[in-house]
Design a protein around this ligand. Sequence first.
Ligand code: ATP
Length: 209
Amino acid sequence: MRVGIFGGTFDPIHVGHMIVAEQVMDELDMQRVIFVPTGVPPHKDASSVRASAEDRYDMVLAAIAGNERFVADRIEIDAGRPMHTVETVPLLKERLPGEEWFFITGADEVSNLLSWKDPDRLLEEVVMVAATRPGYDLSRLGHLEARLKNFDRIFPVECTRVDISATGIRRRILQGKSIRYLVPEGVHEIISGRGLYRADGKRTRGELL
Ligand code: ATP
């Protein structure tokens, strides 16, 4: 079985993530994609996370509902401390079935791979999938070639490019603009119902953002 691990802050999960997960899964013939929301992210400044881990996890569950190949795992949230991908991956491989393992990222993330912990060891554990993302040219990954022993374990996948970011979504909410259709319907309901990302935290149940 081929399994993809999709790690992210998912603050919030959006349509860009869903398209990457679906198209990478299809392209590489994966049977399963495991969404792994970060608990305390090691890379991003913790203050940049605006929703709680539980809210982010609930949004991931809402987003994957109805897709039988998508699952979510709380391993990093339950750890309650920052976990590096190179630590998370072997734990997931131990507890879940799978023969061939991939880690799904956007090309922007992969180009920062040298700042990750033990990138070469991580590339021994998984093939790193670099999904195209608007504004990030895959040729920018070239600088990694001389620096990584296992550079050939980075696999670019051309996906439909969708220029959506979680930062942009949070900004729109703060500006009082609609985020409908930028996130799956169930995620939109959670954001509205719980008043997430709003400066005043006001709930808007029954009202469209
Ligand atoms: P933020 O704007 O808060 O930095 P984000 O939208 O990049 O968030 P993350 O949760 O940090 O979302 O992303 C998880 C993974 O999904 C990363 O590897 C990122 O590169 C990838 N990703 C996010 N949005 C897209 C997109 N629109 N197209 C392709 N890849 C994406």
